[in-house]
Write a protein that binds this ligand. Sequence first.
Ligand code: UDX
Ligand code: UDX
Length: 460
Amino acid sequence: MKFKKKILCIGAGYVGGPTMAMIAYKCPDYRITVVDTNPDRIDSWNSAELPVYEPGLDQIVKKIRGKNLFFRKDVEDQIKENDIIFVSVNTPTKTYGAGADMAADLQFVEKTARQILKYSRSSKIVIEKSTLPVKTALAMERILASGKGKITFEVLSNPEFMAEGTAMSDLENPDRVLIGSRETPSGLKARSELIDIYARWVSSEKIITSNIWSSELSKLVANAFLAQRVSSINSISALCEKTDADISEVAKAVGMDSRVGSKFLKASIGFGGSCFKKDILNLVYLCRYYGLKEVAFYWENVIKINEYQQERFIANILNNMFGTLAGKKICILGFAFKADTGDTRESPAIYIAQKLLAEHAELTISDPKALKNAAVDLAGIKGNIKYIDDPYKAAAGCHALLILTDWDLYKRLDFEKIYRSMVKPAFLFDGRNILDHKKCFKIGFNVYPIGKPALSHFKQ
Ligand code: UDX
Ligand code: UDX
């Protein structure tokens, strides 16, 4: 079959894989190829068990894989073959040198740009899909322009706004698609080629364009704003616990103001995920670089409140369990950074588990999708840890139950049965406020939600 467009994505991760699957699904006359420098990743994309869990992804990939969606290892040949190249490689926080612990490590992006330059035999559109510091496109452009031949590269920025766990529906019905380009004739031509792809399923008023730098910055700022809402509500949850106000009631009352809006106001043990912390650190670094100390300080505190929320949660466990966790068995329900994903990157559960182990608690960890990742995250940490699929078996014999991920299935558990199997007095710390606290209290648990009065059977 002759395909109308030949599109490549470099980086078969959480972003590259699902995004390309959606484009291929919506555009059966385009050939989409995904490559990765890690051959095992490609093998898993070609296997029965995909490397990324996303509701709806499996069905789509299995339907179109081998038809117009291909996962391949021959990066060099694929660069030659394709006209449009998405770059979706990871950009972790730098761990060394200037900007360590703050700036994005751009070595993979630069390496990829050099690879594209080296193997291209015709002109191409190169699209930044990775979240990048502002002006990265400039670096890519400069590398790509350093070749001697006649071929040219047009660099576009097209940040991805999908969230994990809802990636497929976010991709199918995005709030907006943002495309940043140069305002030159070739920049505008490349931009309209990319618009053509999304226009297959996204209505035109949702496809917005800007200059490249606005597009790059918008992604950082969108994530910073979302994270800021979580930190704002979490900061108030601490005050609620001191004053007997209820954070859910406050969030409802505040969120019903249409200027504020009701989403992203759930108090929790804090945000995790590969993006929020990294992107805010990036923003902070950028502000410092440009001498904007006050702005940097403002955003840095969004992260500080997130860390504070996790420390508060641990202190609350320790204080209420009589000041010692040594030898006590604690069951962690949920290790993923949010529901409906197996991803544990920056999950608050990692930090909380480490702190509990440092207190010599014994952990049983359960999660429907994230146990493999949890074992990797905690490898090498000293202490007694068991990974158990069945939440009932995980809770049996424990002194305390911690809800760390908002998986729906935890709401439906038989807490009478769990209570019966636990050591008494039984403690329940709901780090996501998803359970019926009064019901659990009536069953016999001492219940400690976030930002709400504790329900305890102990006499004050
Ligand atoms: C990545 C970035 O981390 C994020 O900032 C951006 O918004 C989207 O892309 P994600 O897809 O979640 O996010 O990362 P990850 O799952 O780590 O996937 C990146 C893939 O790129 C990995 O499979 C890695 O092997 C691959 N890669 C990395 C390359 O193919 N070439 C490289 O040079 C480096
Ligand atoms: C985020 C952005 O939402 C997305 O647009 C961007 O492309 C990537 O980064 P993601 O990290 O996948 O997506 O998940 P998100 O739903 O934003 O949740 C992030 C964290 O905040 C999770 O740990 C979640 O549990 C937490 N959260 C979210 C809260 O604690 N309270 C809330 O009200 C909302």
